[in-house]
Design a protein around this ligand. Structure first.
Ligand code: FE
Length: 348
């Protein structure tokens, strides 16, 4: 963290309300609350400052921390732009009134409607800037691709004692299950969740990388993971990571039906942004070709803007795939219902 950023974070933490660094009379600033923490993002922000003269004060926290902070700061929040890393959390922030609509021809033409938040004629509340797929990872010695090539098959009694996942209530899973609810309807989705839970090799625990490692070790036969954790292990300088990833195979599920579930990392203009024009300009900058490749590559994701090819050997090795086409906003809206289903079937 730079001294300026630390000072800003300190001031905002202590006072808990609108306190930006004292700026010189002409200086333009942008206060960015970010749940992203990738080294490539530094270049992304520097390039924005070089192009616009707008200096960025960054506050880093995780998604939940940022949402809590925006709520406690209320109308005196210094936040201009908010970057989060999951559709369900973006939806939650929108519902909680933490964003404001943005009407931008640039963003509307660059970011597909499917990857944007609600637009009730006033503009979208948030925009996806990169996409990640929720893939299935299986042990090549234990299972065959045909056993696990759809989310539905994770419920097959053949997989009894073989399925692993992080907590069902984690936003990545809530978003996937919310998508399944869109595709299958409530009855089939709840039956599916119950059957998947009955197939567990162990109680849900850890993160996605832990599931991949447990599949590699043979403790689990099959698991769910976000694609970038797979790509990260493929590109890892740690020989143990690469040895583990060699033992597993990756499936983009549901290629014969509705397509693989996509989630997003995205951004929005904060409800009480003191520098609204700069905030919109920053979001538009994130949709530019060069920023898109930095933004996506920083976490081994795919650009949200169609037609851009990621320059990333792991993503190239994973190849192209068919993704679902339902709006990510409807996935967020389903998360309360799927959490209730999880509670009923005992999926922790
Ligand atoms: Fe993650």
């Amino acid at each position: 963290m730079t001294l300026a950023r630390r000072a800003f974070a300190f001031a905002a933490t202590v006072a808990g309300f609108a306190l930006a660094l004292p700026a010189t009379a002409q200086e333009q600033v942008l206060n960015l609350y970010s749940a992203r923490h990738y080294s490539t993002d530094e270049a992304l922000y520097d390039n924005f400052t070089k192009a616009t003269g707008i200096r960025i004060n960054r506050v880093d926290a995780d998604d939940a921390g940022i949402l809590a902070r925006l709520k406690s700061e209320g109308s005196s929040s210094p936040a201009d732009v908010v970057l989060l890393v999951d559709a369900a959390r973006l939806w939650r922030a929108e519902v909680d009134g933490l964003f404001q609509p943005v009407k931008s021809p640039t963003l509307e033409s660059r970011i597909p409607a499917q990857l944007r938040g609600k637009d009730e004629g006033t503009g979208s509340q948030w925009f996806g800037f990169s996409t990640r797929a929720r893939v299935i990872v299986y042990n090549k010695l234990a299972l065959a691709r045909g056993d696990v090539d759809s989310y539905e098959k994770l419920a097959d009694p053949k997989l009894k004692g073989k399925v692993c996942t992080r907590s069902g209530s984690h936003p990545y899973n809530l978003s996937l299950f919310g998508a399944v609810l869109e595709h299958l309807g409530p009855e089939k989705t709840e039956a599916w969740l119950k059957a998947v839970n009955d197939n567990m090799a162990r109680a849900p625990k850890g993160g996605d990388t832990d599931q991949i490692k447990a599949v590699a070790s043979g403790e689990c036969g099959v698991a769910l993971s976000n694609s970038y954790y797979v790509a990260r292990m493929m590109r890892s300088s740690n020989p143990d990571d690469r040895a583990a990833i060699e033992k597993v195979a990756v499936v983009f599920p549901n290629q014969q039906s509705w397509g693989t579930h996509l989630n997003i990392a995205g951004g929005a203009v904060a409800r009480h942004a003191p520098h609204r024009a700069a905030a919109v300009r920053f979001l538009e900058y994130l949709a530019s070709d060069s920023a898109q490749s930095y933004f996506a590559n920083g976490n081994n994701e795919w650009p949200a803007v169609p037609g851009l090819k990621p320059d990333n050997p792991a993503l190239q090795a994973l190849g192209s795939f068919k993704s679902e086409t339902i709006p990510v906003s409807s996935i967020g809206a389903n998360q309360v219902r799927v959490q209730q289903m999880l509670d009923r079937v005992g999926f922790r």
